[in-house]
Write a protein that binds this ligand. Structure first.
Ligand code: NOJ
Ligand code: CA
Length: 719
């Protein structure tokens, strides 16, 4: 029989052609250890969707992906899959500074190419990387005819959570991330958002119900889920709109001055959207997924990037009431006026003499550097006026002799950390940046703390928008040309860019110690920060306050730092930063030399980190091995409740004895009564030791462990 192709066959063929795409539309990949499964699918309208499960439990239920543009058709639906690629990557790399000497980068990748027939087959790619500790994905816009420039109206990445999780959150805001955390169910956010959004400098709270990332959640059945982003470059920062009844979160980008959300030119890509997930809270803290999703650095020479332990003319501006950033009593100054003619207020902190005292203290106690704030003209009138030319970054006040201070520091081998407060005027800073860095090079300064207090200029731009994101990166890259390290305050929250720009060594970008002098931090605050803000990168939290009762200074007010002294020690281990401050005033360290010894000894750069215990909002215990040394440090903290920490030492080499110096809260200590009551003891430990250690309410535990000779160990108890 001769086969005759008729209408019926044509219809069958048509059906087949239509159905084939559906049959191949679903794509699935596993994490290398198979705990996570990612499924990608097109909905019937051709909208991309994904879902994620962990050990069989839903982490993200089917959720839509897409972007809306202002000037070209949207990237939302009408897609078909034209290509898919998969690969397994397993490699490792060494960060310049870090919590681990070697980081493993192990994931399964799925790249889906999606074409829109309705838009002349314009195409995009979605790249998924599934690690053992979570998922990263991003949108890519390859160079092609018909897609060159476009403007983003909004990104519509959805995260359909599987339930009414507990969430540790701060309100969505385009300009500040210095809010206190609220812990609640997702469904309770609408009731709490007003209280969670008090007045803050330069704030611009998001009008819709939204929270910031990194957003930390815990499901009723014990899954820990963290949503953030990685490699935020040439794109605005993402907050999450919250649907408090369906538990769906969706991306909310920071707009620019005219309301647009991102200017794109192909080739282009968005940052990675990250979902770190585990049934163990400790694994969330150990995750290196965000760093892994950032590009390796292109810097050829990184030898000048060093860990820094520093003190500073700083805390006294907040508490002692005896000194100020400003030199003059005037409150209306301009850069081009003669600052030697100002009437001195008699309280200027950054004087030549005072700087020398700090340098001597740094030298005597082995610190690498001192930060000097308030050395440069303009502080009489620096905040609240949306003023562009506040600082020039190169002219010192009449009572600060740059050369003399530098010579004194150089003679003692102490570095000086420059301070560039921009007061939010990024334009002014960019204009003066090269002069400022040349000045630093000429005077031997190799690190700078930058600051962005106040409303941003260009006026109408936000701290977290695309323009400013590019500004911070520009500053980091330019600084690298001058071999300068950056510690930025009030910049956009970090997204692991310290891998790509390793001289951007630390950031504040959250509510830090300064708030202890401005209303206080809740005792639980620092048990949350490592699960939120620090997921993106190191924090210049500025720990080390020994005089926690601030009424001590008799400057009025009933303030206190809401921790025990020992908890402040523990922060050097629990709050990772390769640039770490001892923030208190030297006098206070001189009053407690035995406790100060821990700060002097503690490392800030590490070979290995071991997250021993953790629960967001409750407690964290971490042990770390110092980079290149046989020395280990343990830090443990609790919230307002006392607890007994279980501290294992199984990371110590087996068969050897070590001396552990334990800095513990005394039995009568607590954050609000007898915070300075502590006990220091020395014991012998081995890899088999497990220590049960009491931690006071709002307290901590700090341990330093070192190799020791037999004679050093004589008379010490083994535990
Ligand atoms: C805010 C910063 O966080 C703080 O450390 C600094 O002292 C002030 N701005 C002044 O720049
Ligand atoms: Ca700040």
């Amino acid at each position: 029989m001769i086969f005759k192709f008729n209408k019926k066959h044509l219809y069958a063929l048509y059906l087949f052609i239509c159905l084939v795409p559906f049959l191949v539309q679903a794509q699935e990949i596993n994490s290398p250890n198979k705990n996570l499964i990612l499924k990608f699918e097109l909905a019937t309208n051709g909208a991309p969707t994904y879902q994620l499960s962990y050990k069989g439990k839903a982490v993200i239920k089917p959720s839509t992906l897409g972007l809306e543009a202002t000037d070209v058709p949207s990237f939302m639906d009408g897609f078909s899959i034209t290509n898919t690629e998969q690969k397994l990557v397993d490699e490792s790399w060494n960060p310049v500074l870090g919590e681990e000497k070697t980081i493993r980068n192990n994931y399964n990748e799925l790249v889906v190419t999606l074409a829109q027939a309705k838009n002349n087959n314009r195409y995009i790619r979605i790249r998924f990387r599934l690690f053992n500790d979570g998922l990263g994905f991003r949108y890519e816009f390859p160079k092609q005819d018909g897609l060159k420039y476009f403007i983003i109206k909004e990104e519509h990445t959805e995260f359909q959570l599987a339930g009414n999780h507990k969430i540790f959150w701060i309100p969505g805001d385009y300009d500040t991330n210095e809010y206190a955390y609220t812990t609640s169910k997702i469904s309770e956010i609408p009731l709490l958002i007003k209280k969670a959004t008090p007045f803050m400098n330069a704030q611009q709270p998001i009008k819709e119900l939204a929270v910031q990332t990194p957003s930390m959640m815990k499901s009723d059945d014990g899954l820990y889920i963290n949503i953030h982003e990685a490699a935020l470059i040439n794109y605005p920062s993402m907050s999450l709109n919250v649907d408090a009844t369906t538990f769906k979160m969706s991306s909310h980008l920071t707009p620019d001055a005219v309301g647009n959300k991102g200017y794109m030119q192909t080739d282009a890509q968005t940052p990675w959207r990250t979902i770190v997930v585990s049934d163990k809270a400790t694994e969330i803290l150990a995750s290196k997924l965000i760093l892994n999703l950032n590009e390796p650095t292109s810097y050829k020479d990184v030898s000048w990037i060093k860990p820094v332990k520093y003190i500073g003319i700083w805390w006294e501006y907040f508490v002692a009431g005896k000194s100020t950033w400003a030199y003059g009593v005037e409150n209306n100054v301009k850069l081009n006026q003669d600052f030697t003619k100002l009437t001195p207020n008699g309280k200027h902190g950054a004087t030549t003499e005072h700087a020398k005292e700090y340098i001597d203290f740094a030298f005597a106690n082995g610190f690498d550097a001192i930060l000097i704030e308030g050395w440069n003209i303009g502080w009489e009138d620096w905040i609240g006026n949306w003023k562009e030319e506040v600082f020039d970054f190169t002219t010192a006040y009449p009572d600060f002799d740059v050369k003399a201070v530098q010579e004194h520091a150089a003679a003692k081998g102490v570095k000086i950390i420059m301070h560039h407060e921009t007061s939010g005027a990024a334009t002014n800073y960019e204009r003066r940046l090269d002069r400022a860095f040349e000045f630093m090079n000429a005077n031997g300064y190799d690190a700078v703390k930058t600051g962005y207090v106040g409303q941003i200029i260009p006026r109408g731009e936000h701290h977290d928008g695309q323009w400013m994101v590019n500004h911070y990166i520009h500053v980091a890259e330019r600084a690298a040309d001058y071999k300068i390290m950056i510690d930025s305050h009030e910049a956009v929250r970090p997204t692991g860019l310290n891998r790509t720009y390793p001289n951007w060594v630390a950031q504040e970008s959250a509510r830090g110690t300064e708030f202890e002098a401005m209303g206080g931090l809740a005792p639980e605050h620092t048990t949350i920060l490592p699960f939120t803000r620090l997921m993106g990168g190191p924090m210049d939290f500025t720990p080390g306050i020994f005089q926690t009762d601030l009424t001590y200074y008799k400057t009025g007010g009933n303030q206190r730092v809401n921790t025990t002294l020992v908890k402040q020690l523990a922060y050097y281990v629990t709050m990772y930063s390769p640039l770490q401050m001892a923030a208190d005033i030297p006098d206070n360290y001189n009053r407690f030399p035995d406790a100060f010894q821990f700060i002097k000894d503690v490392a800030v750069d590490w070979d290995n980190s071991y997250i021993l215990e953790a629960e967001p909002g409750d407690y964290i215990t971490i042990a770390r091995k110092a980079k290149g040394k046989e020395a280990w440090f343990v830090g443990g903290i609790t919230d307002e409740n006392s607890r007994t920490a279980t501290i294992a030492f199984n990371y110590l080499p087996a068969g050897k004895k070590y001396i552990a110096t334990i800095y513990g809260d005394a039995k009568d200590a607590s954050w609000n009564e007898k915070p300075q009551s502590y006990v220091i003891s020395k014991v012998i430990v081995t890899s088999k030791t497990v220590l049960k250690q009491y931690i006071a309410p709002g307290g901590g535990i700090a341990i330093s462990i070192k190799e020791a000779t037999d004679s050093e160990m004589k008379g010490l108890k083994k535990i």
